[in-house]
Design a protein around this ligand. Structure first.
Ligand SMILES: [Zn+2]
Length: 137
């Protein structure tokens, strides 16, 4: 089911890094948080508990591979995992590398900035894609 007006049914939601027939991993275009990925289920489902148990495990395996890839490539102080979907009720996980000197740390990336954050470059998309392919092989 692909409801009209669902952003994640109509667009990738970022630069595509890895995909299979179940889910995809994209890098989100964010200047402030350049090591920000999203794991997006290919079909339109609202909640984790709408998935059968093996599918939940399959999705989390990709989320954890994404966390591991970001740790290897950018060495963050923390990785934030979040599943909100309040505005886009299409199951997706945010996987966000955080640094103690980013603009909002230790608050969530959606909070009000505390400081001008240190600038970082985005991890190379080919390196991220290769790390995901290796971790998910
Ligand atoms: Zn959707």
């Amino acid at each position: 089911m692909t409801p009209a007006g669902c952003e994640l049914c109509e667009q990738p939601g970022g630069l595509l890094l890895w995909r299979d027939d179940f889910c995809r991993v994209v890098r989100v275009a964010s200047e402030e948080f350049p090591a920000f990925c999203r794991v997006v289920l290919m079909r339109h489902v609202r909640e984790m508990t709408d998935l059968a148990t093996p599918e939940r495990e399959r999705l989390m395996r990709v989320v954890f591979a994404c966390e591991q890839a970001l740790r290897e490539l950018v060495g963050p102080d923390k990785v934030n995992l979040a599943s909100l979907g309040n505005q886009t009720p299409h199951l997706h996980w945010h996987v966000i590398a955080r640094f103690a000197d980013d603009s909002r740390f230790p608050d969530p990336v959606w909070a009000t900035p505390r400081r001008p954050g240190a600038r970082r470059v985005a991890p190379d998309e080919h390196a991220l894609g290769a790390a995901l392919a290796r971790l998910l092989a």
